[in-house]
Design a protein around this ligand. Structure first.
Ligand SMILES: [Cu+2]
Length: 167
């Protein structure tokens, strides 16, 4: 066996040894609540990695219970919130859009009422990416502007959100 083919073999083995991974990026997150008992958080979650992932669950100290919710239309045509026990799939190159009237993170039994500019910390558990901590600013004034989210806030990610937690 020549030296060249030995080296080629080593390179090939290395590339196979590199783990595929899901690269999670979270944009445009905000939280709100309309009463002292419950709140919700919204955001866009991207998977820039090369393997599918699966958002399994969420935890937080901000409330007694925190769940992944969506809205589904019942037999009477009324949209109702539902706890999605199986979580949300996040394909490679895909995204999960959490927005009002659709998927969201639900807080029930708030530890303290959400005040404007508070920061709520949650931890997502992904099947492949593992734990992802997200700091979410409370914005009680924000309008629901749906499709504009990504375009207007594409440069924001959670690494920029580490400001004051002294609330
Ligand atoms: Cu909900």
């Amino acid at each position: 066996m020549s030296l060249k083919s030995t080296l080629m073999g080593a390179v090939t083995a290395l590339s196979f040894a590199m783990p595929a991974f899901a690269e999670i990026e979270i944009h445009d997150q905000y939280a709100r609540s309309s009463n002292a008992m419950a709140g919700a958080a919204f955001m866009t979650i991207h998977n820039h990695g090369d393997v599918d992932d699966h958002l399994l669950s969420v935890t937080s100290d901000a409330s007694a219970r925190v769940e992944l919710h969506t809205h589904i239309e019942d037999a009477d045509g009324v949209m109702r919130m539902t706890h999605v026990e199986e979580g949300f799939m996040l394909p490679a190159g895909g995204e999960i859009t959490m927005q009002r009237g659709a998927k969201h993170v639900m807080f029930m039994g708030l530890t303290a009422p959400f005040e404007q500019d508070d920061v709520v910390t949650i931890t997502f558990m992904f099947e492949n990416a593992g734990e992802v901590v997200v700091e979410i600013p409370v914005d009680l004034t924000r309008e629901d502007h749906g499709a504009m989210n990504g375009a207007m806030n594409g440069e924001m990610d959670h690494s920029n959100m580490g400001h004051g937690t002294d609330n």
